[in-house]
Write a protein that binds this ligand. Structure first.
Ligand code: ZN
Length: 432
């Protein structure tokens, strides 16, 4: 029996997950909390791992891998992997951020990923991320979250830029510094952060801090059948992946599989880091799962050869005001099911076999599936799919949930889609 997800509960659940996850670090901690409630045990990469089958997960910074080997039969059991990413475009705090200009105190920021910069203007912004603090046993990472509206990137009045509505030009160095106080001399950001994480300023040795919009996620539209929220790209897939894994571990697949969820940080900046999709993270964990089950390198390569990866990222619903930007024969609607993504240039990893695996999962979950291709004359975005396919050699499919306003500080998707999305992924992890 396919696991069915309640539409309202999943829409509410997605909003709660997004609001609990202003940074990739928080997205992983929130996922970890939910997994632990279902009996997943946290492992450290520095430790030897238990040899018994079970439910496990680990964190590497803003990335997470969780797996269940309960339905494996031997060390060469192949993997079913659902992948997504935890990071979203935003503004990140520079290492020496304190500025004073024209009687205002501001913070220097860098642009992370490719945001719609205009969407960050005139919003009440909080601060979140990770701080490296000197502790008694060395450097310890601490999560920080400030939900007070301490920051704002103020737009220039229309009277002082009459052309603003003809195409807003924003210089990333000059125009994006959020203001956070009044004063002729710079503030002390390090001291502020130290207070926020309960440390002495001299013990704040480094940070990965970013801004987030404070408007809560919510259902919108005449019939409340839409969701407006920040970071849907790609917390919507991260959330659906967690929900799917939690359902799949209680739904035995027809054959032996190791069920895996991987949530990568750094997709929006190209995945090339110690914990991005280009890193050792997934291959190292999968090999160690094989070795913990008594296997060797040969078992690992045999397991990979039989594995299937589903890489999820948000997709473009057809925009009613810009319908000509979309391929006319592949119109994508919200609340009409997950989207299979295909690109002949390999920006998506989907091939015919991967497509078939995902179509079978949607069929098993009794949810409709849509098929997306970009207009042939427009460049296509990409995801963690091609990288993961290259590093594992596994059959891979890229898919997503339809959204508008991708990379805006506030995106939108359908309120009926999260349940269908989780249903399809649960079926993928536990194929009948
Ligand atoms: Zn994305």
């Amino acid at each position: 029996m396919p696991h069915t997800f309640d539409t309202d509960a999943e829409a509410t659940g997605l909003c709660a997950y997004v609001d609990a996850s202003p940074s990739p670090f928080h997205a992983c901690e929130e996922a970890a909390t939910r997994l632990e409630r279902a009996g997943f045990a946290r492992l450290a990469e520095t430790d030897a791992w238990p040899t018994d089958r079970g439910r496990y997960y680990l964190l590497r910074g803003g990335s997470l891998v969780a797996w269940s080997s309960e339905y494996a039969d031997d060390a060469a059991t192949p993997f079913r992997v659902v992948g997504a990413h935890t990071d979203s475009p935003n503004l990140r705090i520079k290492p020496q951020p304190d500025l004073a200009r024209a009687g205002w105190q501001l913070l220097g920021v860098e642009v992370y990923g490719g945001p719609l910069l205009n969407s960050w203007l005139d919003r009440d912004l909080g601060l979140s991320g990770r701080v490296a603090v000197r502790g008694s046993d060395g450097v310890e990472p601490r999560l920080v979250r400030v939900d007070d509206p301490i920051l704002r990137v103020a737009q220039l009045a229309i009277h002082l830029d009459r052309e603003a509505n003809d195409g807003l030009k924003l210089n990333q160095q000059q125009h994006l510094a959020p203001l956070w106080g009044i004063g002729t001399s710079p503030g002390d950001f390090r001291e502020y952060v130290a207070t926020a994480c309960g440390a002495e300023p001299a013990d704040v040795l480094g940070w990965d801090l970013m801004t987030h919009d404070l408007t809560p996620s919510r259902r919108i539209g005449r019939d409340s059948d839409l969701i407006a929220a920040p970071r849907l790209d790609n917390l919507a897939t991260s959330y659906a992946g967690v929900q799917a894994l939690l359902a799949a571990v209680d739904a035995p697949p027809a054959g032996p599989w190791v069920q895996v969820l991987v949530l990568f940080d750094h997709e929006e900046i190209g995945s090339m880091s110690e914990r991005g999709a280009f890193s050792t993270l997934l291959p190292a964990v999968l090999e160690r799962v094989v070795r913990a089950a008594g296997g060797d390198r040969d078992h690992y390569l045999r397991a990979l050869a039989g594995s299937v990866v589903a890489s999820g990222d948000m997709g473009h619903a057809t925009h009613p005001n810009y319908a000509d930007r979309h391929e006319p024969e592949h119109q994508i609607a919200v609340n009409a099911g997950p989207v299979l993504k295909i690109n002949a240039k390999g920006r998506y990893a989907t091939d015919g076999l991967g497509a078939a695996a995902f179509a079978a999962a949607c069929e098993q979950a009794a949810v409709p599936m849509q098929r997306f291709v970009n207009r042939t004359d427009l460049p296509c975005g990409s995801t963690v799919g091609p990288t993961t396919a290259a590093l594992t050699g596994a059959t891979t499919v890229d898919f997503g949930a339809p959204a508008l306003s991708m990379h805006s500080a506030r995106e939108m998707c359908g309120a009926l889609d999260p349940a269908m999305y989780a249903g399809a992924l649960a079926a993928f992890l536990s194929p009948a």
